[in-house]
Design a protein. Structure first.
Length: 138
């Protein structure tokens, strides 16, 4: 089953694209809740390149690696990748008059409920939106 989440970021496409793919930015927005954070991020944005993010609870009790390889990259339009467990993800960036629509579609896993997965990924995407829009106000 595929799950889709999306947001509209009130910013320009260049800023959105850069924030999505820059490790320093990723470490600031890549968490589903305030008690989690990303401690390491690496990006080799090209077909065949890899990505890695270490996500941990801030209290140090639990963490996991989020990693995989890029299968398709169309500059400022599309990123597709396969996660280490084989599930695939597509991220589309579409410029609109109101900002940039970011749409993620991903294969659901068998471990968590569809609702939990959708809420978690949407929460991370909402953090991304807040991060980018805050950059524009600095």
């Amino acid at each position: 089953m595929k799950i889709t989440v999306e947001t509209l970021v009130k910013s320009d496409l260049e800023t959105v694209w850069r924030a999505w793919n820059t490790p320093d930015d990723i470490m600031q927005w890549n968490a589903a809740s305030d008690d989690w954070h990303t401690t390491i991020s690496r990006v080799d944005l090209r077909p065949g390149g890899s990505f890695y993010a270490r996500m941990e609870a801030k209290n140090g009790t639990v963490g996991f690696d989020f990693e995989g390889s890029y299968t398709s990259v169309i500059d400022k339009q599309l990123i597709e990748y396969a996660m280490a467990d084989g599930r695939v993800v597509s991220v589309r960036f579409a410029e609109t008059n109101e900002g940039v629509r970011v749409t993620e579609t991903f294969d659901a896993d068998d471990e968590y409920s569809i609702e939990m997965q959708q809420q978690g990924w949407q929460s991370i995407l909402d953090n991304f939106k807040r991060h980018v829009e805050a950059k524009g106000r600095r």
